[in-house]
Design a protein around this ligand. Structure first.
Ligand code: ADP
Length: 500
């Protein structure tokens, strides 16, 4: 049962292919109309054959009718003596011949609707009245084809012309003296139709084979470009090619290929940045390790060193280990932010409290350089944010403003809000960021002055983390800086978190 079900499913899936749909369409468009046309031709041929038959027989009947009149057949039959003349015998022979020729029956009805002559000899003397006979007595010959019973019935008036005025031929009045009721077999028509039907069937069979063959070839040809697109994509997938693909036959294939090339380009960019990131991470992690090794080697190389030297070297080694730790912590934070699926842990918090708390934590660092840290806020800002990630944003910006600052400098943090967004501005009196570096400051591991940044404990990941966290909150970040004139960062984030 399961097998049958899966077989049906497989067939249905086959029908969903463009090629099989084109194939079916061709079959439907090709076979049905030609079948209908064949049928119509056969029908019109049958009609025409019947009409021809009727007209031939009617002509013959008219000749016989004229003979009947000219030989006074009806009149003599009506007369009491009922004696056949020679000419009557000739006419009867003529009627017999007619009925034999057309495999039919001829009945001659006199003016009193009495059957005078029946070539079958069964109805003579009987009264025969029918709609067709009455019509015929009015001078109208009729014909009717009964395909079901296989005969054609027709009536022919036997008309005599009474010469009222011998001098004026225009006064000749036709009078219907009797009716010839003839029924003939349609055998010859049926046999011709059968023959034609057989030929038509052979022709139709040949046509179906040709149409199926054509539909197969055309459907294959039409979907070829799509097959080429699939093959090209497979090649890229299998790694044989990383070239952009081009299939220009249809507008549709051009669109598909364009979209695929864009995805490919994006993948390449992602791959490049991943490789670059891995290279940067390895380099950054190796630097403290190299320093550690140098320090340890130099301790090992000398014997009997004073304890103070050991202590000094150990302190240096501890600070290198701290640095390595810092890089790993930042990397982990960044990787966590990179995970798109990661949900934000949204809570309604006071941004004022959060900023105050972070400034309290960072003030000791500022005091080392005698930097004044000022916080300004006109109002309470209550926002729906992820507290941990928002802490990363504020901490990184304020920490940078302190780290990259002069002795005796200042840092100003301004928190504000309208009905939709809150803004956090962090400005400092530091050396500023060179214009050419501004587009790169959010890149991972980018540092304006590498050695100085490392000296003061920078990893080059702070602003990358900040930007990711801001974007996760559907916010934006801007910077304005001039060398020697300090730096300002603006962060703008919606007060209410919108999911989706
Ligand atoms: P780091 O961890 O090295 O501070 P960031 O990503 O936080 O890395 O910053 C990138 C670079 O941008 C820093 O190396 C520094 O040169 C520059 N920068 C960041 N903030 C400031 C600032 N307030 N003033 C001057 N330069 C800054």
């Amino acid at each position: 049962m399961k097998k049958v079900f899966s077989e049906i499913q497989r067939h249905l899936r086959g029908l969903r292919s463009l090629r099989s749909q084109i194939f079916v369409l061709f079959i439907v468009i090709g076979i049905i109309p030609s079948f209908l046309v064949g049928q119509a031709i056969m029908e019109s041929y049958e009609q025409r054959a019947v009409e021809q038959r009727i007209s031939t027989v009617q002509n013959q009947l008219l000749i016989v009718a004229n003979h009947l009149i000219s030989n006074n057949y009806l009149a003599s039959y009506n007369s009491s003596d009922q004696q056949y003349s020679v000419s009557e015998e000739v006419i009867e022979a003529e009627l017999e011949m007619l009925s034999n020729l057309y495999e039919g029956r001829v009945i001659i009805i006199g003016s009193n609707c009495k059957v005078i002559k029946d070539t079958y000899g069964i109805s003579e003397g009987k009264i025969l009245i029918s709609e067709a006979v009455i019509k015929c007595f009015k001078g109208q010959s009729t014909s009717r084809y009964d395909a079901e019973h296989g005969y054609i019935e027709m009536t022919t008036p036997i008309v005599s012309t009474t010469d009222r005025n011998a001098d004026n031929s225009a006064n000749v009045t036709p009078v219907v003296q009797g009716v010839m009721l003839t029924s003939i077999s349609d055998d010859s028509i049926v046999s011709t139709m059968e023959l034609l039907n057989r030929k038509a069937l052979i022709l139709e069979a040949l046509m179906i084979i040709a149409i199926v063959f054509l539909a197969f070839a055309i459907s294959k040809w039409l979907v070829q470009p799509f097959q080429r697109v699939t093959d090209a994509i497979h090649e890229v997938k299998a790694g044989y090619s990383d070239e952009s693909i081009a299939v220009t036959e249809y507008v549709e294939t051009v669109h598909i290929v364009e979209a695929f090339n864009q995805v490919l380009e994006r993948m390449r960019t992602l791959d490049n940045s991943r490789q670059e990131f891995v290279a940067n991470v390895s380099h950054e992690l190796k630097t403290p390790m190299a320093s550690l090794k140098v320090l340890a080697d130099s301790l090992l190389a000398q014997d009997n060193l004073p304890v103070e030297i050991y202590r000094e070297f150990m302190e240096d080694m501890v600070s290198e280990i701290d640095r390595e730790n810092q890089i790993i912590t930042d990397l982990l934070a960044l990787v966590k932010l990179d995970k798109k699926v990661q949900e934000l842990n949204i809570a309604t918090i006071s941004m004022n409290d959060l900023v105050e708390l972070i400034l309290k934590r960072l003030r000791p660092l500022a005091r080392k350089k005698n930097i004044e840290v000022v916080f300004e806020s006109d109002r309470q800002v209550i926002a729906e944010v992820d507290e941990v990630k928002m802490s990363l944003v504020v901490t990184n910006l304020v920490e940078n403003a302190i780290k990259y600052n002069e002795e005796q400098g200042w840092v100003k943090v301004v928190l504000n809000a309208d009905h939709q967004y809150f803004t956090l501005e962090v400005s400092d009196s530091g050396p500023g960021i060179p214009e050419e570096s501004l587009p790169h400051i959010y890149e991972r591991f980018y540092r304006v002055d590498k050695s100085h940044s490392r000296e003061i404990g920078g990893t080059g990941l702070g602003l990358a983390i900040t930007k990711s966290a801001v974007l996760m909150h559907r916010g934006s970040i801007m910077v304005s800086s001039r060398e020697g004139e300090g730096t300002s960062f603006w962060v703008k984030i919606p007060l209410n978190h919108v999911t989706g």
